[in-house]
Design a protein around this ligand. Structure first.
Ligand SMILES: Nc1ncnc2c1ncn2[C@@H]1O[C@H](COP(=O)(O)OP(=O)(O)OP(=O)(O)O)[C@@H](O)[C@H]1O
Length: 288
């Protein structure tokens, strides 16, 4: 079992933005969802964990080793799929993986070849191994990104907003791949898509403005909202009234009709009880 421990981590950029504000958490094998709106600090946290930038304060341990003191230790065990994964033009999938594997220290040529072929099979790109990666579709590029992140058999992989721009079928395929990988190692999935976290992650954190707002198992956290989430259809001109008088979770259109979802311990007049879900928890947490 692998353990990533983050203790009191903080990071302020030169422009004064505190992108990570005293975050502590522990992450074990399996898929961990890091959920937050744009600008919450997810990428900042990811970049700090992978050693691309230094924290101002706090500690990060991987399997007991302080990675600030021994940054090579985590680099050898880690694979990263950044948000903007660039590829060189005119290089085939196989050759690019070969090049990246050498950089990662997979020195034995026979082992390297086997690993690359195995990974291309795993991400379902073996038929495209001689194609130039820059000609791949968005989904194929992301799956290639997973293959490169898995070179060198890492114990932890970090993927930053990986399904942005993928069509539903590719998103499913990509998510299935992640979930398969997450059985044996730590996979940290940074995203603003609640649905991806709900479908894939057994543990999660919600962050906003650099701070950790919630942390734990999605189902345990959702249970706290049992018998407290209510919905009703309203007219647009009533919205302000409701916003002022109720603890709002969200308002959204269902078949063109505005619906409002609120949190209350007793049934508010005209509202019906609904089963709480991760989206309710997410919006409720962000609104608090
Ligand atoms: N290198 C930087 N220098 C200064 N400010 C930065 C830098 N990188 C990020 N920020 C700011 O830090 C805050 C957190 O940004 P970050 O990219 O970590 O958030 P995020 O949750 O990953 O957002 P997104 O989902 O939009 O990628 C934002 O206000 C952002 O503008």
């Amino acid at each position: 079992m692998n353990t990533l421990t983050i203790k009191n981590l903080s990071k302020t950029y030169r422009n004064g933005i505190k992108a990570i504000n005293n975050i502590s958490m522990e992450i074990n094998n399996g898929m961990f969802g890091l959920l937050g709106p744009n600008g919450a600090g997810k990428s900042s946290l990811m970049r700090t964990i992978v050693g691309l930038q230094q924290a101002d304060e706090g500690e990060i341990y991987f399997n007991g080793t302080d990675i600030r003191k021994d940054s090579d230790f985590i680099k050898k065990q880690l694979g990263f799929l950044p948000q903007d994964f660039g590829v060189y033009p005119k290089v085939s999938a196989y050759d690019l993986l070969n090049h990246l594997a050498i950089l990662k220290g997979v020195n034995d040529a026979v082992m390297r070849k086997k690993q690359i072929i195995d990974l291309l099979e795993k991400v379902n790109l073996i038929a495209h191994k001689n194609k130039e990666v820059y000609t791949f579709s968005g989904g194929m590029k992301q799956r290639f990104g997973v293959a490169q992140a898995l070179l060198g058999n890492p114990q932890i992989i970090i993927v930053d907003e990986p399904t942005a721009g993928l069509d539903p079928e590719e998103r499913n395929r990509f998510n299935n791949l992640l979930s398969e990988i997450g059985e044996d190692i730590i996979v940290i999935l940074s995203t603003h898509l609640v649905e991806d976290v709900r479908n894939l992650c057994s543990k999660m954190a919600i962050i906003k403005n650099g701070s950790l707002l919630a942390y734990g198992s999605p189902s345990d956290m959702i249970k706290q909202l049992d018998h407290k989430v209510w919905i009703r259809k309203i007219e647009r001109n009533e919205l302000n009234d409701y916003l002022q008088n109720y603890q709002i979770i969200s308002n959204h259109l269902i078949e063109k009709q505005l619906h409002i979802t609120v949190l209350a311990s007793q049934q508010p007049e005209g509202f019906s009880l609904i089963e709480p879900n991760l989206e309710h928890l997410y919006f409720h947490t962000l609104n608090q």
